[in-house]
Design a protein around this ligand. Structure first.
Ligand SMILES: Cc1ncc(COP(=O)(O)O)c(C=O)c1O
Length: 458
């Protein structure tokens, strides 16, 4: 075992150390070589080191270099050194984090991490939380708690009786709702097409002045961090209206919630703490390894009612049993890396991570604007949208950037306009990486003949 673990440490270090010198996207040749894995299940055992060698030699070149410093696609963080190391140790521990009796350390670290998260995210200290796989699951769990609370108030036990014949619930979303909220509603039997959509402004923010009449049978889903623009819904205004009507407010804050951790950005999420439930990711801006999302619920009993299980063989404990707050039962100890990331960064390190990546996003916007290309969004957070002309030209620039391999960013269509979408979410990105990537983007635009507009002096 010792030899194997030393070997994996050596291979992993080599992998990380060589990321800077390789194309961010895997080469077509590396992807082609994955066919070596198409073999029949071996009849006989294989030595673990040989399995590792195959994985590294065929697998490592076929990775996307998201652990490196120049990946700007989707909203993808890297892995902080302490978080990666904690993940390895937790792998060796192989803890089942479902019950405190099965893993006192996993249960403890979740509690500590939960307390720290509530503090840095500016959420009420009494919230309950569940450590789930991703923001989609966090949205699912938060909305399950909302469904429980709203129906319970009307004397309907949805967990026992299901939704057949239940009083209706209205779900209000912004027109720019993330698909994960719709997926969560689908899984909850609340129907993704039954939602009431509220118009948004030019940045994708829900318009508080366009909310429909609300009541105590309504869930209002607001967004902190639009996946394209990074824009944050006007929480204070929406929450004030919702609360006055007795509605439940759920916040999809997969990445935008983290603005609260950076003093210079915190005003963007003003009022968000007044909601009833929140979903976020740790594998995005906190930079812990996949997978890691978190749900928070102001009144923990609603999350507990929606998620808890009971059976004679389940030994309850004095402390919180994590399984009662998540959709899954047996699971890995996700709180370990969240704890390690926060413990290593501290309050200042976290604020710096958020602020630095926002600043780097602003630099991308400035550099591309100065080169004569259109930045389509107000760069308030870590997301930048850039048009290089018509849709076809922009698509060709994106393909050229991806092929060049210096960095990687994807495309999107924002309010009818095709755009390059840049997300700066990794702790590893340096200012020099931004300059190198900017130069590569401009080179790519020039190579496909995208016309830069003359830039007028400010
Ligand atoms: C606003 C928002 N909500 C939810 C999600 C889904 O996150 P996950 O892929 O972790 O489920 C994303 C992903 O980018 C997002 O931006």
């Amino acid at each position: 075992m010792e030899h194997l673990l030393n070997a994996v440490a050596e291979r992993a270090s080599r992998y990380l150390n060589t990321l800077d010198g390789r194309s961010v996207a895997p080469t077509p040749d590396a992807v082609q070589r994955l066919s070596q894995l198409d073999e029949p299940l071996p009849d006989h055992p294989t030595d673990a080191e040989a399995v590792l060698a195959l994985l590294d030699e065929v697998g490592s070149p076929a990775t996307m270099a998201t652990a490196g410093s120049r990946f700007f696609g989707f909203v993808v963080g890297g892995s902080l050194p302490a978080a990666l190391a904690a993940n390895w140790l937790a792998g060796a521990w192989d803890q089942n984090a479902g019950l405190a009796v099965l893993s006192p350390i996993a249960a403890k670290l979740e509690l500590v991490a939960m307390r720290w998260l509530l503090d840095v995210l500016g959420l009420p200290a009494g919230c309950g939380a569940g450590f789930v796989t991703c923001a989609t699951q966090a949205n699912f769990a938060g909305l399950a708690a909302a469904r429980h609370a709203l129906l319970d108030r009307q004397g309907w036990n949805v967990e026992a009786q299901g939704l057949f014949g239940a009083p209706p619930i209205t779900v209000v979303v912004g027109d720019e709702v993330h698909v994960s909220v719709l997926k969560a509603l689908t899984m909850l039997g609340m129907g993704r097409e039954r939602v009431v959509r509220v118009p948004v402004d030019g940045q994708g923010r829900m318009r508080a002045d366009a909310l429909p009449p609300l009541d105590s049978h309504t869930i209002v889903c607001i967004q902190a961090g639009n996946v394209n623009t990074g824009a944050i819904d006007p929480a204070s205004e929406i929450i004030a209206q919702a609360k006055a009507a007795g509605a439940w407010v759920h916040v999809d804050g997969a990445f935008g919630l983290w603005a609260a951790a950076a003093p210079e950005r915190a005003d963007l999420v003003d009022g968000v703490g007044g909601a009833d439930s929140w979903a976020t990711d740790a594998h995005k801006w906190l930079n812990v390894p996949y997978d890691s999302g978190i749900v928070f619920v102001r009144e923990p009993q609603h999350l507990h009612a929606a998620m808890a299980v009971n059976a004679a063989y389940l030994v309850g404990s004095e402390t919180r049993d994590p399984t009662h707050y998540t959709p899954d039962f047996s699971r890995r100890a996700r709180g370990v890396e969240v704890w390690a990331a926060l413990r290593s960064l501290g309050r200042e390190g976290l604020a710096d991570l958020i602020e630095r990546t926002c600043r780097q996003a602003a630099r991308f916007a400035e550099g591309l604007r100065n080169a004569g290309y259109d930045v389509l969004n107000d760069v308030v957070l870590n997301q930048v949208l850039v048009s290089f002309g018509d849709a076809e030209t922009t698509r060709r620039v994106i393909a050229a950037i991806q092929q060049d391999g210096t960095c990687w960013a994807g495309g999107t269509v924002w309010q009818g306009q095709t755009a390059l979408r840049i997300s700066v979410s990794s702790w590893a990105t340096t200012d020099a990486d931004v300059e190198q990537s900017l130069a590569a983007m401009i080179r790519a635009a020039e190579s496909v003949g995208a016309t830069a507009k003359p830039v007028l002096p400010a």
